[in-house]
Design a protein. Structure first.
Length: 216
């Protein structure tokens, strides 16, 4: 769940704005859907957050979270299967659990069926479930393929030389794109400017991260 780590005396309006900003900042569309589904009471359909206790604003918070849920859900439906697979991979990387175990649990429990907003029509629900099941099958097939030592070396070499966009690094490291851009501009992170855009080599970022860890 998105936690609001703010002083207890902060006005509830500021907390609500912070909550919306934090949810919008989640790197994966699916992560937004999961997060918002978890903020919904499955008995009443009411959206709440434990950090916002002002009862006079309960309806406002409910409407805001419901709107975000519906928006993220329909954005997912508009994505192609390749983009959905990539988004699911970003979601998996945020969990801190073995991806294979998550995929297995989702396939067995079909927990994804509970993620749709109440306003979704039957066709939308079926499309969402179908998309998720295709992505899960793709993930399972990838997990079942056992690479040879030669392909492992080739894959690692290609990955080391992989050029990443600022959006990809932000999703990978869970850092705001604006923060990465500022770091790149002052030389705090290894980056290369191509025209007006910043690009990052995966190997450079991994070396930089190891160095940052050693300095702690």
């Amino acid at each position: 769940m998105v936690e609001l780590l703010m002083p207890p005396k902060m006005p509830s309006r500021d907390l609500a704005e912070l909550l919306e900003s934090d949810i919008r900042g989640l790197p994966s569309v699916l992560e937004k859907i999961v997060e918002l589904a978890h903020l919904r009471d499955f008995a009443t359909g009411t959206y709440t957050h434990p950090a916002i206790t002002d009862r006079s604003r309960a309806e406002e918070i409910h409407r805001m979270l419901r709107r975000l849920h519906e928006s993220a859900f329909r954005l997912w439906l508009q994505m192609g299967l390749e983009a959905q697979k990539a988004d699911f991979d970003v979601y998996l990387s945020s969990l801190g659990a073995a991806p294979a175990r998550v995929v297995e649990h989702w396939r067995e429990s079909e927990v994804y069926r509970s993620l749709t907003p109440a306003s979704a029509g039957r066709a939308e629900r079926e499309l969402f479930v179908g998309d998720i099941e295709v992505v899960l099958l793709s993930e399972q097939q990838e997990a079942n393929r056992r690479p040879t030592p030669q392909t492992v070396v080739a894959s690692q070499t290609a990955q080391d030389e992989e050029i990443l966009t600022i959006r990809e690094v932000a999703a990978w490291r869970r850092v705001a794109q604006r923060t990465l851009r500022q770091w790149a501009e002052v030389g705090l992170i290894p980056a290369h400017k191509m025209g007006r855009l910043w690009r990052f080599r995966r190997r450079d970022i991994e070396v930089w991260l190891r160095g940052a860890g050693d300095r702690r």
